[in-house]
Ligand binder design. Structure first.
Ligand code: KE4
Length: 421
């Protein structure tokens, strides 16, 4: 396939931007080759500088649940442009978005808007430490919560893709305050609480892991986590940056009927604009400045453009609850059958083809995947106009804009690869 313009753009980009990208996973290091430079998106498709078009299963890594350039989102953005871009002062829209989030996720009794998922998890963690007066946190191996210093311990996503053994630049003291446990192991949680119980400020978890590839929680796992944190006075933080408004309107906490103490969200609530949010029990959130002693701030927090896009997204989702059943049906059709040697994990419209025949239930089993064969599969699909997440350790996403024809084409391209052995 012709990627000449993207190749030239990558050379130029590498002169001034590390790896030529503003986020590592975009560099295709996990699969090799040249990342197409994208010039526009529309519905379920993206288009690159060389005129190639792709059915997009990345969707900006999750935000574009309704596809690219949804009319309601575009209209909302155009309206804001008539009044400005940022004020650094409170606006009514921020209240409206927060109220819509709380209506969908009632555990978020109070909410603070920020500018990314990383800011959300970093702030939630600081709040948990400030509220409990404790320092230790538990994270799960292979989960990724943004590039928060203390959480870049056995992290997933780009860290897993690049095989970076715990990021340079993070002082040991930060890493030492984090206990990394295997995902889906109740025994590991029980042991950690046995040892450190009353020093643990919080457990932070992706309730459905997406950053080591898609891995659902084992039956009873989240329930055990909820019980143990409550018993030992630690907070349970659901990092729903990826799963919020994705796996259900109310996120994974609605799907699995678990009430965390704090939740972090992002992606979908900004419709592709920079945004994040954290929130939860009012008694905890009242510790956040200016009301309480835990400081957190942001020049562009609650930005009018991001908030307007978010309101448009959540309004569409509220108006059309059938979207979730539709996403479920379409993704189930796409993931109907996993060929021999492939393990397919899916929750709603997030899914991963693991190139291993064994069950994938945690980071250890995910890492047994044949990443070289995944790389060949990725390029086979890219050459046939299907843009998957460029890493075995990422989830792919289907949007409401994907058509039956998109799914037929995708399934046919995949079948061709697997038929060739
Ligand atoms: P951001 O700071 O990238 O907005 O969000 C960090 C984050 C936090 N929590 C979860 C569960 C996340 O999935 C993420 C970010 N997700 C990755 C995709 N695996 C972002 C893609 C990238 O790093 O470029």
């Amino acid at each position: 396939m012709n990627l000449k313009k993207s190749e030239a753009l990558l050379q130029r980009a590498r002169q001034i931007i590390p790896g030529g990208v503003n986020s590592p996973v975009r560099a295709f290091r996990g699969v090799g080759g040249t990342p197409p430079f994208i010039v526009r998106g529309d519905g379920s498709h993206i288009f690159d500088a060389d005129g190639n078009s792709y059915i997009d299963y990345v969707g900006s890594w999750g935000p574009l649940l309704l596809g690219h350039r949804h009319p309601a989102v575009m209209e909302a953005l155009r309206a804001v442009l008539e009044i400005g871009t940022s004020f650094g002062a409170p606006t009514e829209r921020e209240i409206q978005l927060a109220e819509m989030i709380r209506e969908a996720i009632p555990s978020m009794e109070m909410i603070r808007l920020v500018n990314s998922g990383t800011e959300a998890t970093m702030s939630a963690l600081r709040l948990a430490r400030g509220f409990t007066g404790r320092t230790l946190t538990i994270k799960l191996e292979g989960c990724y919560h943004g590039h928060v210093d203390s959480l870049l311990v056995k992290a997933g996503s780009g860290v897993a893709t690049l095989g970076i053994p715990d990021t340079a630049g993070v002082p040991a003291a930060f890493a030492d305050s984090t206990i990394a446990l295997p995902f889906n192991s109740v025994a590991a949680l029980e042991e950690a609480f046995e040892k450190h119980g009353n020093h643990i400020a919080a457990v932070i978890v992706e309730p459905v892991a997406g950053n080591m590839g898609c891995i659902p929680p084992a039956p009873g796992y989240l329930e055990a986590m909820r019980e143990l944190t409550a018993k030992h006075g630690a907070l349970l933080i659901f990092d729903e940056v990826m799963t919020g408004f994705r796996v259900a309107h109310g996120g994974a906490q609605q799907l699995y009927a678990i009430k965390p103490d704090l939740t972090t969200i992002g992606k979908v609530i900004g419709g592709g604009l920079p945004i994040g949010a954290y929130g939860g029990r009012a008694d905890i959130m009242s510790h956040i400045a200016p009301v309480g002693p835990v400081y957190q701030a942001g020049t562009l927090s609650g930005n009018p453009l991001a908030v307007a896009a978010g309101i448009a997204m959540l309004t569409e989702l509220k108006k059309n609850p059938a979207i979730y059943a539709e996403l479920e049906k379409k993704t189930a059709a796409l993931c109907a059958s996993a060929p021999a040697g492939i393990t397919l994990n899916r929750v709603g419209s997030m899914f991963t083809f693991f190139f291993t025949g064994a069950a994938v239930t945690d980071y250890t089993t995910a890492k047994r995947s044949d990443t070289a064969r995944f790389g060949r599969f990725f390029h086979h699909m890219l050459e046939r106009g299907v843009y998957l997440a460029p890493s075995q350790f990422e989830a792919a996403f289907l949007s409401a804009a994907h058509t039956e024809e998109d799914i037929r084409k995708t399934a046919a391209a995949a079948a061709e690869f697997f038929a060739a052995g």
